[in-house]
Ligand binder design. Structure first.
Ligand code: ADP
Ligand code: MG
Length: 352
Protein backbone atom coordinates (compact mmCIF):
# COMPACT_ATOMS: atom_id res chain seq x y z
CA UNK A 1 0.00 0.00 0.00
CA UNK A 2 1.34 3.38 -0.82
CA UNK A 3 1.51 5.87 1.96
CA UNK A 4 0.87 8.76 -0.37
CA UNK A 5 -0.77 11.46 1.60
CA UNK A 6 -4.10 12.83 0.61
CA UNK A 7 -3.55 16.49 0.13
CA UNK A 8 -5.65 18.68 2.32
CA UNK A 9 -8.36 20.96 1.19
CA UNK A 10 -8.35 24.21 1.83
CA UNK A 11 -11.65 25.31 0.59
CA UNK A 12 -13.40 23.90 3.61
CA UNK A 13 -11.01 25.39 6.10
CA UNK A 14 -10.01 28.54 4.29
CA UNK A 15 -12.39 30.84 6.09
CA UNK A 16 -12.05 29.22 9.49
CA UNK A 17 -9.88 30.64 12.27
CA UNK A 18 -6.32 29.44 12.88
CA UNK A 19 -5.91 25.75 13.55
CA UNK A 20 -6.79 24.69 17.10
CA UNK A 21 -4.13 23.40 19.48
CA UNK A 22 -6.34 20.43 20.24
CA UNK A 23 -8.07 18.56 17.47
CA UNK A 24 -10.55 17.14 19.96
CA UNK A 25 -11.56 18.33 23.41
CA UNK A 26 -13.87 16.26 25.55
CA UNK A 27 -14.99 17.37 28.98
CA UNK A 28 -17.18 15.69 31.56
CA UNK A 29 -18.56 13.24 29.04
CA UNK A 30 -21.05 10.68 30.27
CA UNK A 31 -23.07 8.07 28.46
CA UNK A 32 -25.78 5.93 29.94
CA UNK A 33 -27.44 3.39 27.66
CA UNK A 34 -31.03 2.55 28.35
CA UNK A 35 -32.29 2.98 31.85
CA UNK A 36 -35.60 4.39 32.94
CA UNK A 37 -38.27 3.84 35.50
CA UNK A 38 -39.08 0.36 34.22
CA UNK A 39 -35.73 -0.85 32.95
CA UNK A 40 -33.55 0.16 35.89
CA UNK A 41 -30.48 2.32 36.05
CA UNK A 42 -29.09 1.57 32.59
CA UNK A 43 -25.53 0.93 31.52
CA UNK A 44 -22.96 3.61 32.30
CA UNK A 45 -20.71 3.25 29.29
CA UNK A 46 -18.73 6.47 29.82
CA UNK A 47 -18.09 8.12 33.16
CA UNK A 48 -16.81 11.70 33.36
CA UNK A 49 -14.43 11.36 30.46
CA UNK A 50 -12.01 14.23 29.90
CA UNK A 51 -9.72 13.98 26.92
CA UNK A 52 -7.62 16.33 24.86
CA UNK A 53 -6.22 15.14 21.58
CA UNK A 54 -3.48 17.49 20.41
CA UNK A 55 -3.58 18.50 16.77
CA UNK A 56 -1.22 16.38 14.71
CA UNK A 57 -0.98 13.52 17.16
CA UNK A 58 -1.43 9.86 16.51
CA UNK A 59 -3.53 9.11 19.51
CA UNK A 60 -4.42 5.69 20.81
CA UNK A 61 -7.47 4.91 22.89
CA UNK A 62 -6.61 1.60 24.45
CA UNK A 63 -8.90 -0.64 26.42
CA UNK A 64 -10.46 -4.08 26.64
CA UNK A 65 -13.73 -5.03 25.04
CA UNK A 66 -16.65 -3.24 26.57
CA UNK A 67 -14.47 -0.41 27.92
CA UNK A 68 -16.44 2.24 26.06
CA UNK A 69 -14.17 2.95 23.09
CA UNK A 70 -16.79 2.62 20.38
CA UNK A 71 -19.26 4.58 22.45
CA UNK A 72 -16.80 7.47 22.63
CA UNK A 73 -16.08 7.28 18.90
CA UNK A 74 -19.75 7.04 18.00
CA UNK A 75 -20.56 10.08 20.09
CA UNK A 76 -17.86 12.00 18.23
CA UNK A 77 -19.35 10.78 14.95
CA UNK A 78 -22.83 11.82 16.15
CA UNK A 79 -24.10 8.28 15.77
CA UNK A 80 -24.79 8.00 19.50
CA UNK A 81 -26.22 10.74 21.70
CA UNK A 82 -24.23 11.62 24.77
CA UNK A 83 -25.94 11.85 28.14
CA UNK A 84 -23.93 14.85 29.34
CA UNK A 85 -20.69 16.70 28.82
CA UNK A 86 -19.14 18.61 25.96
CA UNK A 87 -17.32 17.50 22.85
CA UNK A 88 -15.45 19.88 20.59
CA UNK A 89 -14.01 18.73 17.30
CA UNK A 90 -11.64 21.12 15.58
CA UNK A 91 -13.13 23.86 17.73
CA UNK A 92 -16.69 23.02 16.74
CA UNK A 93 -19.01 22.17 19.61
CA UNK A 94 -21.09 19.09 18.93
CA UNK A 95 -24.26 20.67 20.32
CA UNK A 96 -23.89 24.16 18.92
CA UNK A 97 -22.20 23.41 15.59
CA UNK A 98 -22.97 19.81 14.73
CA UNK A 99 -22.41 20.32 11.01
CA UNK A 100 -19.00 21.89 11.45
CA UNK A 101 -18.10 19.13 13.89
CA UNK A 102 -19.17 16.50 11.36
CA UNK A 103 -17.20 18.18 8.58
CA UNK A 104 -14.02 18.08 10.65
CA UNK A 105 -14.06 14.38 11.37
CA UNK A 106 -13.99 11.16 9.38
CA UNK A 107 -14.88 7.98 11.20
CA UNK A 108 -14.10 4.44 10.20
CA UNK A 109 -16.46 2.30 12.23
CA UNK A 110 -15.56 -1.00 13.81
CA UNK A 111 -17.90 -3.00 11.61
CA UNK A 112 -17.21 -3.37 7.94
CA UNK A 113 -20.43 -2.21 6.36
CA UNK A 114 -19.86 -1.93 2.67
CA UNK A 115 -22.54 -2.39 0.10
CA UNK A 116 -21.24 -5.34 -1.93
CA UNK A 117 -22.90 -4.24 -5.16
CA UNK A 118 -21.09 -0.95 -5.53
CA UNK A 119 -17.58 -0.42 -6.77
CA UNK A 120 -15.05 1.47 -4.66
CA UNK A 121 -15.24 4.45 -7.02
CA UNK A 122 -19.04 4.53 -6.78
CA UNK A 123 -18.96 4.21 -3.01
CA UNK A 124 -16.57 7.13 -2.66
CA UNK A 125 -18.67 9.20 -5.01
CA UNK A 126 -21.80 8.47 -3.01
CA UNK A 127 -20.03 9.35 0.20
CA UNK A 128 -18.73 12.59 -1.30
CA UNK A 129 -22.28 13.38 -2.34
CA UNK A 130 -23.48 12.77 1.22
CA UNK A 131 -20.93 15.25 2.50
CA UNK A 132 -21.77 17.77 -0.18
CA UNK A 133 -18.33 17.69 -1.78
CA UNK A 134 -18.79 19.29 -5.21
CA UNK A 135 -17.95 17.07 -8.21
CA UNK A 136 -14.96 19.14 -9.28
CA UNK A 137 -13.42 18.82 -5.82
CA UNK A 138 -13.77 15.07 -5.60
CA UNK A 139 -10.53 13.17 -5.67
CA UNK A 140 -11.78 9.63 -5.91
CA UNK A 141 -8.74 8.29 -7.75
CA UNK A 142 -6.27 10.08 -5.51
CA UNK A 143 -7.88 8.66 -2.40
CA UNK A 144 -8.12 5.16 -3.85
CA UNK A 145 -4.44 5.30 -4.78
CA UNK A 146 -3.57 6.42 -1.29
CA UNK A 147 -5.16 3.30 0.17
CA UNK A 148 -3.74 1.05 -2.54
CA UNK A 149 -7.03 0.38 -4.28
CA UNK A 150 -6.53 2.32 -7.52
CA UNK A 151 -6.58 -0.85 -9.60
CA UNK A 152 -9.79 -2.03 -7.95
CA UNK A 153 -11.70 1.21 -8.47
CA UNK A 154 -14.30 -0.43 -10.69
CA UNK A 155 -14.43 -3.90 -9.15
CA UNK A 156 -17.52 -4.85 -7.17
CA UNK A 157 -16.88 -4.38 -3.48
CA UNK A 158 -17.96 -7.97 -2.86
CA UNK A 159 -14.87 -9.16 -4.74
CA UNK A 160 -12.53 -7.30 -2.36
CA UNK A 161 -10.66 -9.09 0.40
CA UNK A 162 -11.25 -8.19 4.04
CA UNK A 163 -8.15 -6.05 4.09
CA UNK A 164 -9.18 -4.20 0.95
CA UNK A 165 -12.61 -3.53 2.42
CA UNK A 166 -10.99 -2.14 5.52
CA UNK A 167 -8.93 0.22 3.38
CA UNK A 168 -12.01 1.15 1.40
CA UNK A 169 -13.66 2.13 4.68
CA UNK A 170 -10.69 4.37 5.44
CA UNK A 171 -11.00 5.89 1.98
CA UNK A 172 -14.71 6.54 2.58
CA UNK A 173 -13.93 8.37 5.80
CA UNK A 174 -11.46 10.56 3.92
CA UNK A 175 -13.62 11.81 1.04
CA UNK A 176 -14.42 15.12 2.67
CA UNK A 177 -10.81 15.33 3.76
CA UNK A 178 -11.37 15.93 7.42
CA UNK A 179 -8.45 17.11 9.57
CA UNK A 180 -9.35 14.46 12.14
CA UNK A 181 -9.55 10.79 11.24
CA UNK A 182 -10.92 8.28 13.70
CA UNK A 183 -10.41 4.56 13.27
CA UNK A 184 -12.31 2.20 15.52
CA UNK A 185 -10.25 -0.98 15.93
CA UNK A 186 -8.78 -0.75 12.43
CA UNK A 187 -6.75 -3.92 12.70
CA UNK A 188 -9.01 -6.19 14.75
CA UNK A 189 -9.02 -9.54 13.00
CA UNK A 190 -6.57 -8.35 10.37
CA UNK A 191 -3.57 -10.56 9.67
CA UNK A 192 -0.11 -9.44 10.71
CA UNK A 193 1.15 -8.48 7.28
CA UNK A 194 -1.84 -6.36 6.47
CA UNK A 195 -1.72 -4.84 9.93
CA UNK A 196 1.80 -3.61 9.18
CA UNK A 197 0.53 -2.08 5.93
CA UNK A 198 -2.32 -0.35 7.68
CA UNK A 199 0.03 0.99 10.34
CA UNK A 200 2.25 2.36 7.64
CA UNK A 201 -0.66 4.02 5.96
CA UNK A 202 -1.90 5.52 9.22
CA UNK A 203 1.60 6.79 10.00
CA UNK A 204 1.68 8.38 6.55
CA UNK A 205 -1.59 10.19 7.23
CA UNK A 206 -0.30 11.45 10.55
CA UNK A 207 2.96 12.59 9.00
CA UNK A 208 1.00 14.49 6.39
CA UNK A 209 -0.75 16.38 9.17
CA UNK A 210 -3.97 14.50 9.81
CA UNK A 211 -4.75 14.03 13.47
CA UNK A 212 -5.47 10.35 13.94
CA UNK A 213 -7.37 8.78 16.79
CA UNK A 214 -7.53 5.03 16.82
CA UNK A 215 -8.98 2.61 19.27
CA UNK A 216 -7.43 -0.73 19.90
CA UNK A 217 -7.33 -3.56 22.34
CA UNK A 218 -3.94 -4.56 20.94
CA UNK A 219 -1.43 -3.22 23.40
CA UNK A 220 1.39 -3.70 20.99
CA UNK A 221 -0.41 -1.63 18.39
CA UNK A 222 -0.83 1.38 20.63
CA UNK A 223 2.76 1.09 21.78
CA UNK A 224 4.22 0.90 18.31
CA UNK A 225 1.96 3.29 16.50
CA UNK A 226 0.78 6.00 18.84
CA UNK A 227 2.63 8.95 20.27
CA UNK A 228 0.02 9.45 22.97
CA UNK A 229 -2.18 6.92 24.65
CA UNK A 230 -5.28 7.10 26.79
CA UNK A 231 -6.25 3.95 28.62
CA UNK A 232 -9.92 3.40 29.18
CA UNK A 233 -11.54 0.77 31.33
CA UNK A 234 -15.14 0.44 32.51
CA UNK A 235 -15.97 3.76 30.88
CA UNK A 236 -13.25 5.66 32.71
CA UNK A 237 -10.01 7.07 31.42
CA UNK A 238 -7.45 5.73 33.86
CA UNK A 239 -4.31 7.07 32.21
CA UNK A 240 -3.45 9.52 29.47
CA UNK A 241 0.10 10.38 28.58
CA UNK A 242 2.76 10.18 25.94
CA UNK A 243 3.63 6.60 25.12
CA UNK A 244 7.17 6.98 26.45
CA UNK A 245 5.99 8.57 29.69
CA UNK A 246 3.51 5.79 30.21
CA UNK A 247 6.27 3.25 29.73
CA UNK A 248 8.58 5.15 32.07
CA UNK A 249 5.90 5.37 34.69
CA UNK A 250 6.23 1.76 35.50
CA UNK A 251 9.96 1.97 36.19
CA UNK A 252 10.50 -1.74 36.15
CA UNK A 253 12.86 -3.80 34.10
CA UNK A 254 13.96 -7.37 34.09
CA UNK A 255 17.27 -8.97 33.24
CA UNK A 256 17.60 -12.63 32.42
CA UNK A 257 20.97 -14.37 32.62
CA UNK A 258 21.64 -17.79 31.14
CA UNK A 259 24.64 -19.45 32.74
CA UNK A 260 27.07 -22.07 31.49
CA UNK A 261 26.62 -24.29 34.53
CA UNK A 262 23.80 -25.12 36.89
CA UNK A 263 23.30 -22.68 39.75
CA UNK A 264 22.78 -24.23 43.17
CA UNK A 265 20.88 -21.18 44.33
CA UNK A 266 20.88 -17.41 44.12
CA UNK A 267 24.51 -16.31 44.42
CA UNK A 268 25.11 -14.24 47.55
CA UNK A 269 26.29 -11.05 45.78
CA UNK A 270 22.96 -10.96 43.92
CA UNK A 271 20.79 -11.53 46.96
CA UNK A 272 20.17 -7.82 47.43
CA UNK A 273 18.44 -7.64 44.07
CA UNK A 274 15.00 -9.04 43.42
CA UNK A 275 16.29 -12.32 42.00
CA UNK A 276 14.55 -15.49 40.98
CA UNK A 277 15.96 -18.78 39.75
CA UNK A 278 13.71 -19.74 36.86
CA UNK A 279 15.62 -22.87 35.92
CA UNK A 280 18.97 -24.40 36.82
CA UNK A 281 20.74 -22.07 34.41
CA UNK A 282 18.28 -19.22 34.17
CA UNK A 283 18.40 -16.33 36.60
CA UNK A 284 15.95 -13.45 36.51
CA UNK A 285 16.67 -10.09 38.14
CA UNK A 286 14.06 -7.40 38.52
CA UNK A 287 15.08 -3.82 39.15
CA UNK A 288 13.93 -0.23 38.97
CA UNK A 289 16.02 1.71 36.45
CA UNK A 290 15.48 4.91 38.44
CA UNK A 291 17.11 3.36 41.55
CA UNK A 292 19.52 0.76 40.30
CA UNK A 293 22.04 1.21 37.55
CA UNK A 294 22.54 -1.74 35.30
CA UNK A 295 26.30 -1.41 35.95
CA UNK A 296 25.77 -2.31 39.59
CA UNK A 297 24.01 -5.47 38.58
CA UNK A 298 26.69 -6.44 36.11
CA UNK A 299 29.38 -5.80 38.74
CA UNK A 300 27.54 -8.05 41.19
CA UNK A 301 27.29 -10.75 38.53
CA UNK A 302 31.05 -10.52 38.07
CA UNK A 303 31.64 -10.70 41.81
CA UNK A 304 29.46 -13.78 41.96
CA UNK A 305 31.67 -15.34 39.29
CA UNK A 306 28.76 -16.31 37.06
CA UNK A 307 29.72 -17.64 33.68
CA UNK A 308 27.09 -15.93 31.59
CA UNK A 309 26.36 -17.33 28.13
CA UNK A 310 23.48 -15.03 27.31
CA UNK A 311 21.66 -12.05 28.72
CA UNK A 312 18.32 -10.48 27.79
CA UNK A 313 16.54 -7.43 29.09
CA UNK A 314 12.79 -7.36 29.20
CA UNK A 315 11.18 -3.97 28.99
CA UNK A 316 7.85 -3.24 30.48
CA UNK A 317 5.21 -3.03 27.87
CA UNK A 318 1.78 -1.55 27.94
CA UNK A 319 0.28 -4.80 29.02
CA UNK A 320 2.03 -4.48 32.35
CA UNK A 321 1.08 -0.86 32.67
CA UNK A 322 -2.46 -1.68 31.80
CA UNK A 323 -2.70 -4.46 34.32
CA UNK A 324 -1.06 -2.37 36.99
CA UNK A 325 -3.32 0.62 36.39
CA UNK A 326 -6.50 -1.36 36.21
CA UNK A 327 -5.52 -3.45 39.19
CA UNK A 328 -5.12 -0.20 41.09
CA UNK A 329 -8.46 1.09 39.91
CA UNK A 330 -10.36 -2.09 40.64
CA UNK A 331 -8.41 -3.80 43.36
CA UNK A 332 -9.60 -7.30 44.01
CA UNK A 333 -12.26 -7.19 41.35
CA UNK A 334 -12.27 -10.11 39.01
CA UNK A 335 -12.71 -8.96 35.48
CA UNK A 336 -13.16 -11.38 32.63
CA UNK A 337 -12.66 -8.67 30.02
CA UNK A 338 -9.23 -7.97 31.46
CA UNK A 339 -8.35 -11.62 31.61
CA UNK A 340 -9.24 -11.89 27.94
CA UNK A 341 -6.77 -9.16 27.17
CA UNK A 342 -3.92 -10.98 28.85
CA UNK A 343 -2.49 -12.82 25.99
CA UNK A 344 0.86 -13.54 24.47
CA UNK A 345 2.79 -10.53 23.38
CA UNK A 346 3.95 -11.69 20.04
CA UNK A 347 1.61 -11.98 17.11
CA UNK A 348 -1.47 -10.90 19.01
CA UNK A 349 -4.20 -12.17 16.87
CA UNK A 350 -6.89 -12.77 19.34
CA UNK A 351 -10.01 -10.96 18.53
CA UNK A 352 -12.54 -9.97 21.07
N1 ADP B 1 -26.52 0.28 22.12
C1 ADP B 1 -26.18 -0.14 23.32
N2 ADP B 1 -27.12 -0.39 24.26
C2 ADP B 1 -26.78 -0.79 25.50
N3 ADP B 1 -25.52 -0.98 25.91
C3 ADP B 1 -24.55 -0.75 25.03
C4 ADP B 1 -24.80 -0.32 23.69
N4 ADP B 1 -23.62 -0.17 23.04
C5 ADP B 1 -22.68 -0.51 23.92
N5 ADP B 1 -23.22 -0.85 25.11
C6 ADP B 1 -22.49 -1.23 26.33
O1 ADP B 1 -21.63 -0.17 26.69
C7 ADP B 1 -20.36 -0.67 27.11
C8 ADP B 1 -19.28 -0.09 26.22
O2 ADP B 1 -19.39 -0.66 24.93
P1 ADP B 1 -18.47 -0.20 23.72
O3 ADP B 1 -18.44 1.28 23.67
O4 ADP B 1 -18.92 -0.92 22.50
O5 ADP B 1 -17.05 -0.75 24.20
P2 ADP B 1 -15.73 -1.07 23.35
O6 ADP B 1 -15.86 -0.44 22.01
O7 ADP B 1 -14.61 -0.52 24.18
O8 ADP B 1 -15.64 -2.56 23.25
C9 ADP B 1 -20.46 -2.17 27.07
O9 ADP B 1 -20.81 -2.62 28.34
C10 ADP B 1 -21.58 -2.42 26.09
O10 ADP B 1 -22.21 -3.62 26.36
MG1 MG C 1 -15.71 -1.21 20.12
Amino acid sequence: MSSTAISRPDPVLADTPPMPANAVEIAGLNKVYGGGRKTGPGKRALIDVNLEIPRGSLFGLLGPNGAGKSTLINIMAQLVNKSSGTVRIWDADLDRSPRAAAAAIGVVPQELNIDPFFTPAELLDLQAGLYGVPKRERRTQEILSAVGLADRATAYARTLSGGMRRRLMVAKAMVHRPPVLVLDEPTAGVDIELRQQLWEYVRGLATAGTTVLLTTHYLEEAEQLCDRIAIINHGQVIACDTTSALLRRLDRKELVFLTATDLPGIPAPLARFDAELQGPRRLLLRYQPSRTRIGEILAAVQTAGLEVVDMTTLETDLEDIFLQLTRGAHAGESDPAMAADRRPRVGHDIDG
